[in-house]
Design a protein. Structure first.
Length: 277
């Protein structure tokens, strides 16, 4: 298993070409944020915006509209009940992240099915949070797209059928390759998060227990979305996002006991700047 170290940031994050505009940095769509979990979609959007995604849209329950705009005015709102408009935005997106705060009700399942039907080979689909509970309880095949799965160990247990004690590299690789036709990226979140792609396995070396706070994974999904939207090698971009998320937490934990998602997102851009030099 390879260790992910700081060098990955310098490898992935490069100075921006001066002659560019926002659409060169990717269109990202989040589908999630039901009546109870609006915060999850908002935290993801905030992380993607601060990671440099060019245009971020959040398709969520309309109850979240004013809180979304008060926290992240940069994000575009889309009512997830308006199927036609959602489909139009979906087809124009480079990266779609579904599941953070999606919930497990009938609406959540119909949105997941819609995403699996619409997604295309040229798009990157991130699957997070509630989507794993839906996948575990319903017979759905993963679609043909560049897939990035970001479960925590409990979600992976539910979906893969592997008890946490049985989640060895060999077992995880075996299940992952059986789940999808094309190689998918698995980000198995835990104290030392592991990333799987084909026959490669990496272990993160950053992150700490001050980060065991609600929304920390939603924030990571947003950072991954922002990174894969703008950096071309999407596996390296995932490694960099995972490392940066943990290393920001490590810096903050030198001076504080608890780290919140809002504090992480404030540091992303400055850390990216110092890594790009
Ligand atoms: N403000 C908001 O809007 C927020 C919205 N959120 C949204 O909520 C949805 C559900 O997300 P969720 O994480 O609560 O998942 P859930 O399906 O209840 O599984 C949790 C169970 O799994 C187990 N477990 C085992 N290993 C684990 C590990 N490493 N890390 C964590 N858990 C681990 C553990 O079992 P235990 O160890 O306690 O026996 C635990 O009881 C999802 O859409 C998410 O985006 C949240 O982000 C919060 C903020
Ligand atoms: N003890 C820990 N050490 C390192 N990282 C942690 C620790 N606890 C939580 N994290 C990180 O926080 C995130 C939690 O993700 P998740 O459980 O999906 O959160 P949520 O769904 O509440 O947003 C993961 O990236 C995980 O690696
Ligand atoms: Mg989560």
């Amino acid at each position: 298993m390879k260790q992910i170290a700081k060098e990955i940031l310098h490898q992935v994050i490069k100075p921006r070409n001066p002659d560019t505009h926002k659409y060169n940095y990717g269109r990202v769509l989040f589908i999630g944020g039901n009546q109870h979990y609006g915060g999850a979609a908002i935290m993801s959007a905030q992380a993607a915006v601060n990671s440099g995604a060019g245009l971020v849209t959040v398709a969520c329950d309309p109850i979240n509209l004013s809180s979304l705009h008060s926290v992240v005015p940069e994000a575009v709102f889309q009512d997830y009940n308006d199927q036609k408009s959602l489909e139009t935005i979906f087809l124009k997106s480079d990266v779609i992240s579904i599941g953070s705060g999606l919930g497990t009700e009938a609406k959540s399942l119909s949105l997941l099915k819609m995403a699996f039907e619409l997604v295309d080979h040229s798009q990157i689909l991130i699957i997070d949070g509630s989507a794993f509970s839906l996948l575990a309880d319903n017979q759905l095949n993963l679609p043909p797209a560049s897939l990035i799965l970001t479960p925590h160990q409990g979600e992976w247990q539910r979906y893969s059928g592997l008890q946490i004690d049985d989640q060895s590299s060999e077992n995880n690789q075996k299940v992952l390759s059986s789940l999808s036709h094309d190689p998918a990226t698995l980000v198995l979140k835990k104290h030392r998060t592991e990333i799987y792609y084909g026959n490669m396995v990496w272990q993160n070396t950053s992150g700490n227990a001050s980060m065991a706070t609600a929304g920390m994974g939603d924030t990571l999904a947003g950072m991954i979305a922002g990174f894969v939207a703008q950096f071309s090698n999407h596996v390296e971009a995932v490694l960099a996002a995972v490392y940066l998320h943990g290393s920001i937490g490590d810096k903050l934990a030198q001076k504080q006991y608890v780290t919140t998602p809002s504090e992480i997102v404030k540091q992303i851009s400055a850390e990216m700047k110092s890594s790009s030099i």
